[in-house]
Design a protein around this ligand. Sequence first.
Ligand code: ZN
Ligand code: ZN
Length: 303
Amino acid sequence: MLPYKTIQEAETAIGRPLTAAETLWFNYSATKSDYFLYCHNILFLFLVFSLAPLFYHLLELVYSKIHRFKIQPKIKLSFSQSLNCYLAVMRMFFLVVGPLQLLSYPSIQLIGIRTNLPLPSMGEIVAQLVVYFVIEDYTNYWMHRFLHCKWGFEKIHRVHHEYTAPIGFAAPYAHWAEVLILGIPSFLGPAIAPGHMITFWLWIALRQIEAIETHSGYDFPWAPTKYIPFYGGAEYHDYHHYVGGQSQSNFASVFTYCDYIYGTDKGYRYQKKLLNQLKEGVKSSGLQNGGSYSISTVDLKSD
Ligand SMILES: [Zn+2]
Ligand SMILES: [Zn+2]
């Protein structure tokens, strides 16, 4: 809730006219409680969990050449398998994620997420989001690695690995304890560098969209994320799922440098090297090859 009754009052307080975005924010949030604004995350997460994975399924319907970009082309989940995954995620959403949002507001107050004016600049929002992603990536790396110890995997992380060829809907598919544990890395960035509620909304939504992209099962060469330095992406995390419970490779959630520094991408890099050598061999032997992904990781491994 804003401490100003009118726009004029807000302009006097911040010493300049409100921008168009600030006027919009004033009109929307002036009479709403901070708790209610925070709980918008429940709606945003519901929309992200539902619509972002759906995008890939709609693409499958309208884009006939999409199979070229499938990372594990031999695995195709049926409609009912995808629907069951979504329903399981929704059950977790209403039993764990939603209540967690409702109950965690005091922590948001404690760290100082603000709702007032002025709004942060675009530069401030981007800088904070970058910091949040870096902190999330580093913390998630170690927690995820811990979940791959015998106890962690058998008791908790095994559920997330039920999908050896993941789909977008499977990104938040996990044991309830994992949902809680891996909520910590997402919270840590805003706790260290707290910002505006709008930045917080954006962070929660973007983090989940990123997770859905890395679980989509598709590696599009034209994806805008290809331009982000050290970004892992779908192919990178797909390898982690393909190897499964024994996987000691590609633990990082966003970037690739943690796995490189701590030596947990050796299996993945060796696999890629083999794949490239095989592709070169196929090319030089003059065999016809339908596309860059017609020899996939899976083709190589299952042969
Ligand atoms: Zn894992
Ligand atoms: Zn995963």
